[in-house]
Design a protein. Structure first.
Lengths: 219, 198
């Protein structure tokens, strides 16, 4: 008789717990996420055993693709603005405020100063298109060379933010002379310490580094 | 979408005596759409996130100044030096010493970056040799095995990273990246030719 009084059990499940979990995870991912920066070119970096983590702020990234084209970027929007103002002034580019803002919000630059104005005044879609055919920032072995536009970028960027850490992210297939020119340019500005971005690979067994990693137990 | 779950109305829960029935509308909301939304966003963030931060390798170039006098520059002892030349197709050429005599081609050997019998074994052997010499007293305790890395124009960036990585792997304390000389380019060609004939 008591059975008759109990109504049909609802098929609803209490979603509260599941909701909690979902939003906990969501919060985690939202906080942990760092959007992939817009990369102008695909770069496959070589691997090394180095485990130094790239810092988040104050980095200057020099991307070199397999063909040796160089793209330049720095991270901070405010610094980018300062940088482009200085570049515009030094190179007499006469950039408008809107173009400067476009630079501050944009990503890597891989075009010569001469076409910078045209590039910055175009739509983002057009800019992507231009990036595809971009010749890359011109570089030379000497910082004093007129053709060495990278030297100019590096110099101005360093004055706008002296704490900049310089990172080279080059494709494994990029030929050495292209990388050498960058290194020479940096050396020309008395920058002897910089970072190379690499993938992580395992330390080969039985080597000095493996022994050091194991706390010097072996050998 | 969020429907109020009013099922408790007919649920026949026993209420306390002082509670009015009309106020007992359940406040339970169907959370399914919210969960859907939550998981959708999770998926989005999972795909866009870069959890693994890129790793970097720090590199210090030797201090260079065009005004530096020749006599101020550091001289390295021939006996501690191993010169490594990087060339095309990821080949590695190496010889003992610094190759300062233009008339005598050094005994140049060719190898590669393989795990076994590659350049690593040579670096380890060199380190051992220098250690032995230190022990026997022919070198002072300050001396360290020194690797001179000279990538040529046909080498790639991955070669450079690989050899720098070997320096870390084998704990070589002193190494430098130096421009290759025309002379050494010639030696590479000679070695290549000699190896091809074999």
């Amino acid at each position: 008789m008591p059975h008759a009084k109990i109504p049909r059990q609802s098929t609803h499940i209490d979603m509260t717990a599941m909701c909690d979990v979902a939003f906990l995870l969501l919060t985690f991912f939202m906080l942990a996420t760092k959007f992939k920066p817009d990369e102008p070119v695909v770069v496959k970096t070589p691997s090394s055993i180095s485990e130094i983590i790239l810092p988040d702020v104050d980095i200057m990234l020099l991307t070199v693709d397999a063909k040796g084209r160089i793209f330049f970027s720095i991270d901070n929007k405010l610094k980018r603005k300062e940088l482009i103002e200085e570049i515009s002034y030094e190179k007499n580019l006469n950039l408008t405020e809107a173009e400067k803002t476009a630079f501050a919000l944009g990503s890597s630059i891989g075009i010569p100063f001469s076409s910078l104005k045209e590039y910055l005044s175009s739509t983002p879609e057009k800019q992507k298109e231009m990036d595809m055919g971009a010749p890359g920032v011109q570089v030379d072995t000497s910082v004093l060379s007129v053709n060495n536009e990278l030297a100019e970028w590096v110099k101005v960027a360093r004055t706008s933010n002296p704490k900049l850490r310089i990172c080279i992210k080059a494709d494994g297939d990029a030929s050495y002379p292209n990388v050498q020119k960058i290194i020479k340019t940096l050396e020309g500005w008395k920058i002897f310490k910089f970072n190379l971005i690499t993938n992580l690979k395992a330390i080969p067994a039985g080597t000095a580094a493996a022994a050091a990693a194991a706390g010097g137990e072996k050998k | 979408m969020a429907e109020m779950d009013t099922s408790s109305k007919g649920g026949g829960h026993k209420k306390g005596p002082g509670v009015k029935k009309g106020k007992k509308l359940s406040t339970r909301i169907d959370l399914t759409p919210m969960v859907d939304l939550g998981f959708l966003l999770i998926t989005f963030f999972m795909f866009t996130t870069t959890l693994a931060k890129p790793k970097t390798m720090e590199i210090n170039m030797p201090y260079k100044d065009p005004n530096m006098k020749v006599e101020d520059q550091n001289k390295i002892k021939k006996s501690v030096a191993l010169t490594v030349l990087l060339s095309r197709n990821h080949r590695v050429y190496y010889y003992e010493g610094i190759g300062d005599d233009p008339n005598v081609a050094p005994d140049m050997k060719s190898t590669n970056f393989s795990q076994k019998n590659g350049i690593r074994d040579e670096i380890i052997a060199k380190k051992k040799m220098v250690d032995d010499m230190k022990r026997s007293g022919s070198l002072s305790a300050k001396d360290e095995a020194t690797i001179l890395i000279k990538p040529d124009t046909t080498s790639t960036y991955s070669d450079l990273v690989n050899i720098l990585d070997e320096m870390n792997i084998n704990d070589v304390k002193v190494y430098a990246i130096i421009d290759i000389s025309d002379l050494e380019q010639g030696w590479i060609k000679e070695t290549e030719a000699a190896n091809a004939g074999r």
